[in-house]
Write a protein that binds this ligand. Sequence first.
Ligand SMILES: [Zn+2]
Length: 231
Amino acid sequence: MIIDPLYLLLFLGTMALSLWASWRVKGAYARYSQVPASSGLSGAQIAQRILDLNGIRDVAVRPTKGLLSDHYDPANKQLMLCEENYYGTNVAALGVAAHECGHAIQHQQLYAPLQWRMAAVGITTIAGNIIPIAGFGLFYIAPRIAIPILAACFGIVMLFQLVTLPVEFDATARAKRILAQTGAVAPGAETAAMSKVLDAAALTYVAAFISALGTFLYYIMHMVGGQRSDD
Ligand SMILES: [Zn+2]
């Protein structure tokens, strides 16, 4: 079995990029979750307040296990905060809670990129399930069939990650605005610390997009190269 050196480089490069991005988030979170918010509010309290201010009454705020597993579940209308952020009264907890509220507001306002992202979840899951089969089995048996399949699947994943970017950046921008307006996070040092956590989190989505784009282009290059060698 011969491994393409370019593939190895891409694999190691994207892995290093994603490890670096997640290391930065964990570092920023560990550091700034030590900064108490002078408002004294917890993540759950600010989340409930933001939902109330926006007239969102059908979304439940719930605690969940797993550090930084926070997410907004649009299908079940649940705003899940990890226990550290649900009960936490630090600026990182408030920032994450407000960010997830940003997604609930996007959902309420039918924010277009969120609608696209929700519509693309099904096909992206299918593409994600095909990738290991085409990448490990079929690739060695019938590369001419596997390569276009892999290019298409990574194309779908890449577009999904691309649509995720405005969704995430917009939620973070909303969170910063709301926290400033409500005074939940004080201007100055508290706001700067909260911003560092949210900006580091946004970077993980950029890293995921770059990885998917790189892999997509790699298979496109192979397709073009394969056709050329037929001429
Ligand atoms: Zn988000």
